[in-house]
Design a protein around this ligand. Structure first.
Ligand SMILES: C[S@@+](CC[C@H](N)C(=O)[O-])C[C@H]1O[C@@H](n2cnc3c(N)ncnc32)[C@H](O)[C@@H]1O
Length: 207
């Protein structure tokens, strides 16, 4: 099963699943590190059903929500029906459907561990930022819970903070830093009694 098929299958229950994995504190931390300002343009990459987007529109930003999965974006569209500050776009990590240097912020929550080539995905996110724009990624620290690969289609078992920091620098971002969010992502295996509790990092950098 491909990643797109997996997220197509879980789209209708993603919000419930997400609530068991991590809380709104993750997006609060991401938005506070970016210092988001109303009426600016942000992109939510691997937007899913709009966990990050929701926080951004509540703060008066305009959002482009990008995801490979039509089903996830459809769920999101139903949830945010009538809100005209969200632009939904189907897109892939290596080829985002956005021009160079046009957005103020890029956010990606729990997306990086699903992409084939994380450093390439980070360069692509940096490409669409205006000069002075900010990239914030929240994702999993390195872990050893194999069941997340087989049951939840994870491609990477989290990341080392120093690797993420280096990829930000290689993407041409200044002031790169990777810190702890202060919350763990938790998941129960559906096939056994394994329970994962993995610390979440927040990485940021400025173009
Ligand atoms: C774990 S979900 C996170 C969704 C959302 N950001 C959240 O925090 O609830 C990962 C999302 O990334 C999308 N995704 C995975 N690989 C992708 C890729 N290569 N290009 C674009 N989107 C991708 C999936 O379709 C899915 O919606």
């Amino acid at each position: 099963m491909s990643s797109r098929q997996y997220f197509g299958e879980v789209a209708h229950q993603w919000d419930k699943m997400r609530e068991t994995f991590f809380s709104e504190a993750v997006r609060e931390k991401a938005m506070s590190i970016a210092g988001v300002q109303p009426s600016k343009l942000a992109v939510d990459i691997g937007a899913g059903t709009g966990f990050i987007t929701q926080g951004l529109i509540q703060r008066g930003l305009r959002v482009i929500a990008v995801d490979q999965s039509e089903a996830m974006l459809k769920e999101m569209g139903t949830k945010f029906q009538g809100i005209d500050t969200i632009d939904y776009r189907i897109g892939e990590a290596e080829n985002l459907p956005i021009e160079d240097k046009v957005v103020d912020y890029v956010f990606a929550n729990m997306y990086l561990h699903h992409v084939e080539n994380p450093p390439v995905a980070i360069k692509e996110m940096a490409r669409i930022l205006k000069l002075g724009g900010i990239l914030v990624i929240t994702d999993l620290d390195e872990h050893n819970f194999e069941f997340l690969k087989t049951e939840q289609h994870d491609r990477w078992m989290g990341f080392k903070k120093e690797d993420v920091n280096r990829w930000f620098v290689e993407a041409g971002l200044k002031e790169a830093m990777v810190d702890c969010v202060g919350e763990n992502c938790c998941a129960q295996s559906s096939c056994g009694d394994e329970y994962a509790s993995i610390s979440i990092f927040v990485a940021s950098g400025e173009k």
